[in-house]
Design a protein around this ligand. Structure first.
Ligand SMILES: N[C@@H](CCC(=O)N[C@@H](CS)C(=O)NCC(=O)O)C(=O)O
Length: 220
């Protein structure tokens, strides 16, 4: 049996949960190793050897160490092309180009605004930090504009990159989950009928439900 890959970091982290969702879609065995961020373990010299920016996740497989959740997901999909959800990262050049385009849209357009909202609305209250109302308003406006583009796209195809669920859709789950369930911003999704349909489909995948279970266990 193959040695499980190692994922370092708490499942409550959005970037860690992106990698976990990918591993579960691809049916790849993994070991989740805790990093106590409250104690600053992610900034320790030992951890910085595998994640030089001092962030989670870090990832190890055989002799390779990787960081950056989207790069880790791409690696998992390439290495395990024949396992689990075979089409997750496309089956041909055109399919992959479309998936890449929408992974970039997630990283460059959806993530900047949504990650600020997730921090301000879901994490700041838990950490007893003050909320920045101006940043919340500005980023809600930014994200609305991004989701208007998604609304149009999702009127043309079932998923972002085409008619199959892909890594591009999966990449939206971590921030989307907090916005809908922990930040009282479900309306951003439900006020757009195609986005709402898409969100309901992608967030009810078994892989994502398992990630949410891991998150719930970690926070209980
Ligand atoms: N682009 C990175 C982002 C990683 C990231 O921002 N991780 C956060 C948790 S979700 C973190 O480690 N924050 C602690 C810090 O930056 O000190 C990725 O996708 O892996």
């Amino acid at each position: 049996m193959a040695t499980p890959v190692k994922v370092y970091g708490p499942p409550l982290s959005t970037a860690v949960s992106r990698v976990l969702a990918c591993l579960l879609e691809k049916d790849v065995q993994f070991q989740l190793l805790p990093v106590n961020m409250a104690k600053g373990e992610h900034k320790s010299p030992e951890y910085l050897k595998i994640q030089p920016f001092g962030q989670v996740p870090a990832f190890q497989d055989e002799s390779i160490s990787l960081f950056e959740s989207r790069a880790i997901c791409r690696y998992i999909c390439e290495k395990h092309a024949e396992k689990g959800n075979k089409g997750l990262y496309g089956l041909d050049q055109l399919g992959k180009a479309s998936i890449e385009q929408w992974i970039e849209a997630e990283g460059q357009n959806f993530n900047p605004a949504s990650s600020i909202l997730v921090f301000q609305l879901a994490f700041a209250p838990r950490m007893k930090l003050p909320q920045d109302e101006k940043a919340i308003k500005q980023n809600e406006e930014k994200l609305s504009k991004v989701l208007d583009v998604y609304e149009q796209r999702l009127g043309e195809s079932r998923y972002l990159a085409g008619d199959e669920f892909s890594l591009a859709d999966l990449s939206h789950l971590p921030n989307g989950h907090y916005l809908v369930n922990n930040a009282d911003r479900a309306e951003l999704f439900t006020s757009r009928k195609n986005v709402e349909r898409w969100w309901n489909e992608i967030s009810s995948r078994e892989s994502w439900k398992e990630v949410v279970e891991l998150q719930n266990k970690a926070s209980s």
